[in-house]
Write a new protein. Sequence first.
Length: 123
Amino acid sequence: MSNEYTPVFVVDGHDLTRYILYNSYADGRNDLDGPNAGRTLDGKMHRDYLGYKRKLEIKFRPLTNSEWQYIEHGVLRGNPWHNVYHDDFGIMATVRMYHSAFSGTVSTITGWRLGAAVNFIEE
């Protein structure tokens, strides 16, 4: 058994694996339908399946202010588009994704950022 560290979540070359809250890396899929999809008057659903896009929901462990700044300004910056290297159902893959809604709460007692989270959606 190896004790080697394996990064499982890297954004534009920045390894964010150590900041992810244990068991808080959700990988999902959103189906895309074309203009002919929808329900008819009898209630039957008709699909015009075009494909799917991955969605990663990442929740971070409590972050210090410097860790928050590193993720917000050093990694996510102003550009929403990123190359994300992640575990795609057992296969490590790099996918072009955009991020949305990086948020968190500041603890008035400790000053730490709590509940920080971000979503990445495939291009």
